[in-house]
Design a protein around this ligand. Structure first.
Ligand code: PLP
Length: 417
């Protein structure tokens, strides 16, 4: 396997892989939902919590607080570098992609009649905040048609108009896999004067991204999908955008000064990332996220991609050998992502029964996959597919996982005949 020698002992880095459930080994094929957690990142978080006191943000100025401020700044700086942001100030720490999207939707300065275009692959965490704005009459929501499991670029170009304020595109679908060539979507939006939000939740964990090169205006991802703890994520905001956004969540740490002048209070808010990080933050989570980036960088993204590409191709080939199994998406493009989704065209196939079967069938293995709509109802409703069975991979995944899964799939299919 290419790059294998550069991948550290993963069983040590992911202790959950050594767990047994009812004496069965775990075959974890649900990393797109949430990845197993890295020991280094978990250690970083617990060491941080046990060592440091105080808060960052220059509120308290005693030594303990200054230490936390320094650690938080270092995490911000490192993560800015990892994703190619031009400045650490472009990094806003959030609890995850969902919070980032809610912040973006509530902070964007929509003018009367503004239109927001969403790709048809968007997760509900993208769709719902904008759906609510559309129901409140604040925006008009438009969805790009789906073509060959991807947003139809020609149709999209025709949808862009003078009222388009924002376009949201997912970098990699959590339903159909692959990766979207979003640069052309971004360029077309910019030519039209619109801003672009990129949902990179399924991309950042296994790809090297450069947000400045991509020229995204905003981009979000979640730490828990890349081995970091739950409750930490990033909203990247291009520096030039700060002056026009209005933060939706205010509180401690978001103001330069509050004064009482001429009979009323005057508040001078920050016009940078600080205004999006109201209150005490998840400092230990930020440090742990930095650690998970360090681990991924040490492994090397070329090695990660080579390994996952091989697994994706292997899974496609093995699944396709079953009668009535249809792998979704374009085979040549699937290898650019970390997911393989499929359906079974046998009407007796039940995803509920299959899920139970996967847990019960083998005496040696417990197999975890995800079946359903994957919280991306737009993608499913815009296609002729009701639900999918999704295999998703991270750096610990292996071809053996696919072999074990396929034995169980074969046995289940046989039980239907
Ligand atoms: N966007 C995509 C493409 C996702 O796959 C997910 C989660 O599965 C999200 C957004 C939401 O991420 P989170 O639940 O970490 O906020």
């Amino acid at each position: 396997m290419p790059g294998k020698k550069n991948i550290p002992p993963l069983k040590k880095e992911f202790p959950a892989l050594s767990r047994k459930i009812s004496k069965k080994a775990i075959i974890y094929l649900d990393s797109a939902c949430t990845a197993l957690k890295m020991k280094s990142a978990a250690r970083e978080q617990s060491d941080f919590l046990l060592k440091f006191g105080g808060c960052a943000g220059k509120r308290s100025v005693h030594l303990l607080s200054r230490e936390v401020e320094a650690e938080f700044c270092a995490a911000r700086k490192a993560i800015a570098l990892f994703i190619g942001a031009k400045s650490p100030e472009e990094i806003v720490f959030t609890s995850g992609t969902t919070e980032a999207l809610n912040i973006a939707a509530a902070s964007f300065p929509f003018k009367k009649g503004a239109e927001v275009i969403l790709s048809p692959l968007e997760h509900n965490s993208v769709f719902l905040p904008f759906y609510r704005l559309s129901k409140l009459g604040k925006i008009k929501l438009r969805i790009i048609p789906l073509k060959d499991f991807k947003p139809d670029f020609s149709a999209y170009k025709k949808m862009l108009n003078a009222k388009t304020a924002l376009v949201c595109v997912t970098r990699a679908s959590n339903v159909f896999g692959g990766a979207v060539d979003i640069k052309k979507f971004i360029n077309a939006a910019h030519k039209n004067g619109a801003k672009v939000f990129v949902d990179a939740a399924q991309y950042i964990p296994t790809h090297k991204e450069n947000v400045s090169g991509l020229n995204a205006d905003m981009l979000a991802f979640s730490g828990h999908k890349m081995g970091a703890p739950f409750g930490i994520g990033v909203l990247y905001i291009k520096k030039s955008l700060f002056k026009s956004l209005n933060s939706s969540k205010l509180g401690g740490g978001t103001v330069k000064e509050i004064a009482y002048k001429g009979g009323s209070y005057k508040v001078d808010f920050f016009k940078n990332n600080a205004v999006y990080e109201a209150g005490i933050q998840n400092y230990s989570g930020a440090a742990a996220l930095r650690k998970s980036f360090e681990v991924l960088n040490k492994i090397g993204y070329q090695n990660i991609r080579a390994r996952i590409q091989e697994i994706v191709q292997y899974a496609c080939a093995k699944l396709s050998s079953f009668e009535k199994i249809r792998v979704l998406g374009n085979r040549a493009e699937l290898k650019n992502g970390s997911i393989v989704s499929f359906i079974c065209e046998n009407p007796r196939f039940s995803i509920v029964d299959f899920n139970i079967f996967l847990n019960e069938y083998s005496s040696k293995h417990f197999v975890a996959v995800r079946c359903g709509r994957h919280c991306a109802d737009l993608a499913v409703l815009n296609s002729d597919i009701k639900s999918t069975i999704r295999l998703s991979f991270f750096i610990y995944s292996s071809k053996r996982d696919i072999d074990v899964f396929c034995v169980a799939l074969g046995a289940y299919l046989k039980s239907l005949s």
